[in-house]
Design a protein around this ligand. Sequence first.
Ligand SMILES: NC(=O)c1ccc[n+]([C@@H]2O[C@H](COP(=O)([O-])OP(=O)(O)OC[C@H]3O[C@@H](n4cnc5c(N)ncnc54)[C@H](O)[C@@H]3O)[C@@H](O)[C@H]2O)c1
Length: 366
Amino acid sequence: MGKMKMAFIGVGDMGSHHCIGFDLLEETDVRYICDMNNQNVARTLAELKNSSPEVVGDYRELLGKTDIDAVVISVPNYKHREVAVAFLEAGKHVFLEKPVAHTLEDCDAIIAAAEASNRILQIGLVYRYSNLYRRMEKELRNGRLGDVKLMWCKEFRDPFPPTEWFYDKSKSGGAIVEKDCHHFDIFNWMIGANPVRVFASGGQHVMKQGQPNKITNSYSHYPAKEIADVSIVDHAFITIDYDNGSKANLGLCMYLKPKNLMGEGLEIGMIGENGGQMVARNDKTIDIVGGNDLTKDHLDIDVTSDSIMGGHTGGQTQRAEFIRCLLEGEQPFASAQVGRNALLIALAAEKSILEERYVYLNELAN
Ligand SMILES: NC(=O)c1ccc[n+]([C@@H]2O[C@H](COP(=O)([O-])OP(=O)(O)OC[C@H]3O[C@@H](n4cnc5c(N)ncnc54)[C@H](O)[C@@H]3O)[C@@H](O)[C@H]2O)c1
C-alpha cells in the first residue's frame, strides 16, 4: 500500500505539531495545509522535512480531492462540527482534536457522521497514548492497587494561550470542557466504571469578565495580549461519583504566574481498595506506595520516545497509532465514544457551577 495522503485543517499551536509529527512518519505524505492565518502556515511549513504541501485558505476546496485519505482537524472547538462532518461526509478518515466538540449536540452530530460514513474517527486524547499513563494502567491491570476507589487530579497552571476563542465560553465550551476532558478521560479509563453525577464549584478569581486581563502563557507561540471578554472560569473544584462507588476530584487553577514551578506540576493520583497509592507527577514520574506488599516504587518514565520536539507525552504515538488504525481498519483507542464520555463530565461540571447543584449525567444525554 502507498503512503497515507493527509491534509491538515488548522495549523495553530496544536495543528502545527500534528503536521510536523505526521511529516516524520514513514507511512504518511503531507499533501495539503489549510489555514487562513498565513503566519501559522509559514511557521509550520518551515519545520517540514519530508513534504511540500499545497496551501489552501478554505477547507471546502479540499472536500472533493481524491488524493486525500485522512485529515487532521485542529481548529477551535466551535468549528469542530462543521469541519469534521464535512470531511466525514466526503469519505475521509478524521483525526479530530479534543474535546470532540464544545456542546453535546455537536459531539453527537460528529459521531453520527462518522458512523454513517464508516470512516475512522480518532480524538486527540493524547494521554491514552502516553508511556506514563499506559504504565499506570498496566500496574492496575496487574492488580497493584485492586480496584481504584479514589482518584484526584491537581491541574494548577498558567492561563490558556492568549487567543480570544479560549476565553469565550460559547466558542471553547468553557475552561473545564477545553482543558479537563483529558483528565476526566483518565479518570474513566483508570476507574473503569460509569460516572453518574458531578458536583462542582468554580468562578472567576483573577481573570474577570469585562476587565482588561493581561494574558501570558508559557507554551504558546502567541505573544501576550489583553483580553476583556472572559466568560470562562479560572478555577474550580469538581467531584465525580461513579456507579461502583468510586469517587474522583479535580482541582483547576488557571492563573498561576508564571506556571507551576512547584516541581510536581500536573498531579494525578489514586488510592486502591488495598490501601495502596499511585501518583503521577509532572507527566514524568510515577510513585507507587503501600498496599498488600508494603513496597515503594519510584518510576522515571521515558516520555520522550512517545513525543516530538518536547511536545506532549504520547503525542507521536497517537499519530503512529492513527495510521495503524487506518491501515488495519481498527477502531482507535481514543475513540469518539471515550471522547464523548469525558465531554459529558466536563459539561456536567460547567452546569453544576452555574446551577449550584449535583448534575446527573443522564440529564444531559436526554
Ligand atoms: N491535545 C492537546 O493537548 C491540545 C492542546 C492544545 C489544543 N488542543 C486542541 O486543538 C484545537 C486547536 O487549538 P490550538 O491551541 O491549536 O488553537 P489555535 O487558535 O492556536 O489554532 C487554531 C488554528 O485554526 C485556524 N482556523 C480557524 N478556523 C479555520 C477554518 N475554518 N479552516 C482552517 N483553519 C482554521 C486558525 O487560523 C488557527 O491557526 C482545539 O480544539 C484545542 O482544544 C489540544
